[in-house]
Design a protein around this ligand. Sequence first.
Ligand code: PCA
Length: 324
Amino acid sequence: MKHMKTLLATSAIALAAGAASAETWDMPMAYAATNFHSEVGANFGKCVTDATGGNLEIVTHPSGSLFPGNEIKRAVQTGQANIGERLISAHQNENPLYGVDSIPFLVSSFDEHEKLWEIAGAKVAAALDEENLHYLYSVPWPPQGLYFRDEVNSVADMKGVKFRSYSTATARLAELTGMLPVQIEAAEISQAFATGVADSMVSSGATGYDRKVWEHLKYFYIVDAWLPRNIVFVNKDAWNGLDDATKAAMNDCAAAAKAEGLQRSKDYTQFTLDGLKEGGMTVAPASDTLMEELKAIGATLTEEWLAEAGDEGKAIVDAYKAGN
Ligand code: PCA
């Protein structure tokens, strides 16, 4: 009997220890569950869960279901969530460095973008570190183009059009083209277009496809203006609390997610442009006039960014240009 009691007590302690060391981290994400960023995030979560034998389970919550996109960064900074993914340029108003991936026409292909990120990524990670966030991995969106309800051949055609923005830089682009910006998370755009709150946006084919915008918008102009990035970060205190083996598992899974994400983003580019066409949209390069006018506006936006980002920003752009 005594032996039995000891056995029971021992297994209760073992159970309690197991329960205490096994943790679940909820990972808020802003984009559709079917979007590649979300799928890569889910694979990342599974990778960590498997690699740690279930000691750290990461559960993703796409579509802004746990926290809306614009609250994810703060939620992770404050530890309301231990890990999350966010479109970093949406926070350019907090630190111009977060908008380094949205300088118009500095890069227009995946390869160029990766070169820029090789230079800028560590600086962005350092800025996040100062905000109690540990940078884990990041994945680019496909090149950004312009969506409209009506045909547009020049900047004059954009005057007065209601424009969905996702950052201060995209809002400024709207202002400089005479449009009326309104900042809306991707999870809300179908409703915004359906109700006429917005009639245009800058984004990738991916987001238009994910949100079936062909039900409301009819034109997608390929301009390859920039490739913004989603970053997955961890609350720094939560990160520091992990043991070395768990950190190593996270790093290995992050490296795999980064590579998978880049490839999936590339693959999704043409797939989603075809999808927009199948939905009935006109998908075409912007006219020469429009392109020229956009480049002039892009030059203004670049100057403004450089003025805000100071020496550090200039050093990144100069280093990128020197390497090309
Ligand atoms: N899709 C995201 C950001 C960039 C993109 O292609 C969005 O529109 O919110």
